[in-house]
Ligand binder design. Structure first.
Ligand code: ZN
Length: 148
């Protein structure tokens, strides 16, 4: 795993050790479960949707540093945004971690620390798990999301 060290930038490490919005959400009206069998990442996402916007969001579960940090930073990034804005952000994030960034990633802010993930295709699923789970929660899907 030593080749992954360069991926573990300070921000990612810090978020994986002290994830933000890591709790159950009593006011949640949407919930989804995401699972990445390849790595063992497994999270539950709680969403409080008010109309079309993400009023509050939280998550719980376990996974590798990348998946946990990504979930933590995703919750921070989409809180207060509309579903459409969150969807667009995911689109940009997905391009970033799959190496298709086209210089149009200004909105990503500090999520840009995940750009190194594009060098490690197997880690893309770790980085995008929380986002896929967010989409499922917004769409009200009942079955757990799997990256496989
Ligand atoms: Zn993982």
């Amino acid at each position: 795993m030593s080749d992954l060290r360069e991926l573990y930038q300070d921000v990612i490490l810090e978020h994986s050790k002290a994830p933000r919005n890591y709790r159950q959400l009593a006011t949640a009206n949407h919930k989804a479960e995401g699972y990445n069998p390849l790595c063992g990442d497994h999270f539950t996402l709680y969403l409080d949707l008010k109309g079309d916007s993400i009023h509050d969001i939280s998550f719980q579960g376990s996974g590798c540093a990348i998946s946990k940090a990504s979930a933590s930073m995703m919750t921070q990034s989409v809180k207060g945004k509309t579903r459409e804005e969150a969807g667009k952000l995911f689109e940009q994030f997905h391009k970033l971690v799959t190496g298709q960034a086209n210089g149009n990633q200004a909105d990503l802010g500090k999520l840009a620390v995940f750009s190194g993930v594009s060098q490690f295709p197997v880690r893309v699923k770790c980085a995008t798990l929380a986002w896929h789970t967010l989409q499922a929660a917004m769409e009200g899907k009942q079955e757990p999301v799997s990256t496989e």
